[in-house]
Design a protein around this ligand. Structure first.
Ligand code: NAD
Length: 253
């Protein structure tokens, strides 16, 4: 098992990608700190991991709150006696014309998707330096960190920022033996995207976005996260690994 005696801290861990990544890390021997704004759902995921024979604890965390993040990571560290990987995954998205997008909505998306990721990564990096841990940070970016899609101005801007942040943190933290990488999913079936699947026309459109003519499943993202956080990726830092069934490879015409 690749993560025996390691502890992984996941944000947005109650959602589709976070939950599956927690389950996958636990299967590989990791202790999992399951954090989410939605504590009830986080508890459910932690219980699911425990029922499958893993080790997990749930934490309520709003990633936009720096003090709460510091306190929650400290609590996870005390609970498990270590903290080795941070998966900065919590994120939201708007679907509205940029002409109609309110400044409140813009700020909310940027606050969670950019500032929240930065707060999690910074808090974790300080912990690693203090405890002399060879840490690993994985950030959830998106295909929209390298391209755009209609009516997602705040989301696309936020995800491009995560790609830049990944590179910047990678070069600044390498001297502390901390690797920083991102995973950029195509469309993955999760609560965030569930509404695409409500009618056949919309789900066909989603399939057609990808060269492989299908959407992805959360385990196809968690496997990439585990790879980047593992020793198999020991020379990998500053990478934005796009996992998108060929969406951004080019257009089919
Ligand atoms: N599903 C996709 O197709 C897809 C594609 C590309 C990127 N992503 C990214 O993957 C990540 C996870 O998405 P998902 O599809 O699992 O979505 P999801 O909605 O299922 O999960 C997101 C989780 O984040 C939590 N969250 C929201 N605001 C928070 C906050 N302020 N503090 C802490 N937690 C908060 C939510 O409660 C939820 O549990 C996001 O960053 C998203 O942008 C998803």
């Amino acid at each position: 098992m690749r993560f025996t005696n390691k502890t992984v801290f996941i944000t947005g861990a109650a959602g589709g990608i976070g939950r599956q990544t927690g389950l996958s890390f636990a299967k590989e021997g990791a202790n999992v700190a399951v954090s989410d704004l939605d504590f009830e759902m986080a508890e459910r995921v932690a219980n699911e991991i425990k029922s499958a024979g893993g080790i997990a604890e749930s934490f309520k965390l709003d990633v936009t709150n720096q003090n709460e993040t510091i306190e929650t990571m400290n609590n996870a560290y005390k609970h498990f006696g270590g903290l080795d990987v941070a998966f900065c995954n919590a994120g939201i998205r708007e679907i509205v014309s940029p002409l109609e997008l309110s400044i409140e909505e813009w700020r909310k998306v940027i606050d969670i998707n950019v500032t929240g990721v930065f707060i999690t990564a910074q808090t974790f990096a300080k912990h690693c330096i203090k405890e002399k841990i060879k840490g690993n940070i994985v950030i959830t970016s998106s295909t929209l960190s390298v391209t755009a899609a209609p009516n997602r101005c705040a989301y696309t801007s936020s995800k491009h920022a995560t790609a830049g942040m990944t590179k910047q943190l990678a070069i600044d933290l390498a001297k502390y033996d901390i690797r920083v990488n991102a995973v950029g999913p195509g469309v993955i079936r999760t609560p965030l995207t569930e509404r695409y699947f409500q009618d056949e026309e919309a789900s066909q459109k989603v399939r057609n976005l990808h060269a492989m003519k299908r959407w992805g499943e959360p385990n196809e993202i968690s496997s990439a996260v585990l790879y980047l956080a593992s020793e198999e990726a020991s020379f990998c830092t500053g990478t934005n690994l796009i996992v998108d069934g060929g969406w951004t490879a080019g257009k089919d015409w």
